[in-house]
Design a protein. Structure first.
Length: 383
């Protein structure tokens, strides 16, 4: 799984723990990247192609993400190399957390990432006999179910509103395209409609639904709750377009909330919108980011716009030790305030320096981590 220490640099990882179990065939890894600002926190994924390098990269992203939202946790991530659909996944997950019983929850609290569900958080709490071992458990166990509540998508819409205000764009006149109608895209669309925006298109991997006068988002979200992704093809009264066509539509704001690498240089040159808010992780290639910056199109970077789940996870860390159910309303207020403040701060700083918003957000995060390392005399640190 690992053959050298090439993943290590000045920032971390501070610790990599590989675990295995012969009986179940479980193989997994925990990476604690940088704890200068607080204990390591990040999700656990289950994927058949998982590598140590991948988990180390994701742990580093968490270091920057926590610092960028200015919450006092450090970067960490864990992973299990297994197909999440296999019949014995529960036994594998149980073996994984048993093997990491020294680290969970003392040094790492399990959270949900690709391939893991709220039910898995409950399994981890059960296996270690500790409600504090995992966050993201179902509401019935006093957890904070991020996707069910649509927290990340809600935060993405708050970032859209904050960025639109910063650019002098009235959201109530704005036409918005949302790519992706999963947990993030559907919740973002719902909140955008609530804020008065005209959502003219939403899409899944195989369907684009379009209406120049504005979609009936409430009906689409309700249909998704009942039918899943198929809802987009079912709801009557709107036009259907070919997959991918959503990126070529006339709109003021684009929210890519589906997957990575969807906007390359060619698409960046053709986009007609004034604002792009990244709901998905890494939807715009670095050269395409430069093109958008040169064209004066404002971009709110992923780890600023989609940090709603991270803010909620911070609340969930407290909730797992409390007998009181987490207060849903308070969490949404905190997500809104944090995301709006961070979005505006990054745009103001980027305007001031002329650097791209991605470079600005990255710099802000690195400066905060460096300051914490200096205060703890963890030298040398990169300039
Ligand atoms: N769920 C979260 O809390 C969260 C938090 C931070 C970041 N993200 C990121 O947001 C993105 C979406 O996550 P999600 O949880 O909503 O996933 P999801 O699986 O619930 O939904 C993904 C949606 O994107 C669509 N899609 C996939 N590929 C597409 C393509 N090429 N073109 C158009 N549509 C496409 C799918 O059909 C689906 O509607 C991912 O990049 C994820 O890493 C999610």
């Amino acid at each position: 799984m690992i053959d050298d220490l090439s993943v290590v640099d000045e920032w971390g990882p501070e610790k990599i723990v590989c675990v295995s179990d012969a009986r179940t065939g479980m193989r997994g890894v925990l990476v604690i990247d940088n704890t200068a600002r607080g204990p390591g926190k990040g999700g656990t994924r289950m994927s058949p192609t998982l590598t140590v390098g991948e988990v180390a990269r994701l742990a580093r992203v968490m270091t920057w993400k926590w610092a960028a939202v200015d919450l006092y946790f450090g970067g960490a991530k864990a992973g299990i190399r297994a197909d999440p659909h296999r019949h014995d996944r529960e036994a594998i997950l149980r073996a994984f957390v048993r093997a990491l019983a020294n680290e969970i929850p003392a040094e790492y609290v399990l959270g949900l990432d690709m391939g893991l569900t709220e039910r898995d958080a409950a399994t981890v709490q059960d296996e270690l006999g500790d409600r504090g071992a995992a966050v993201g458990a179902p509401g019935a166990l006093g957890g904070v179910p991020y996707d069910e509540w649509g927290i990340t998508g809600f935060g993405v819409a708050e970032a859209v509103d904050a960025a639109a205000r910063h650019r002098g764009l009235d959201l109530r006149d704005a036409r918005v395209v949302v790519q992706g109608f999963g947990a993030v895209g559907s919740a973002a669309s719902a909140r955008l409609a609530e804020l008065g925006a005209r959502v003219v298109a939403v899409s899944s991997v195989d369907t684009v639904v379009y209406d120049a006068d504005g979609l009936d988002v409430g009906r689409l979200v309700a249909a998704r709750a009942e039918l899943g992704e198929a809802a987009l093809a079912e709801v009557a009264g709107h036009r259907r377009l070919a997959p991918g066509a959503e990126l070529e539509l006339e709109a003021d704001i684009l929210v890519p909330a589906a997957t990575q690498d969807v906007i390359d240089v060619r698409i960046a040159r053709a986009l007609g919108c004034r604002l792009v808010v990244e709901g998905a992780n890494l939807p715009i290639s670095p050269p395409a980011q430069e093109v958008l910056a040169r064209r004066g199109i404002t971009v709110v970077p992923d780890f600023i716009a989609n940090a709603g789940g991270v803010v909620a996870a911070a609340y969930a860390m407290d909730a797992r030790r409390s007998p009181f159910a987490p207060e849903r309303g308070a969490i949404f207020v905190a997500v809104s305030e944090k995301i709006r403040a961070n979005t505006t701060a990054v745009l103001v700083e980027s305007d001031r320096t002329g650097a791209t918003t991605h470079a600005t957000a990255q710099r802000l995060a690195a400066d905060r981590v460096r300051a914490a390392m200096e205060l703890k005399s963890r030298f040398p640190v990169p300039a």
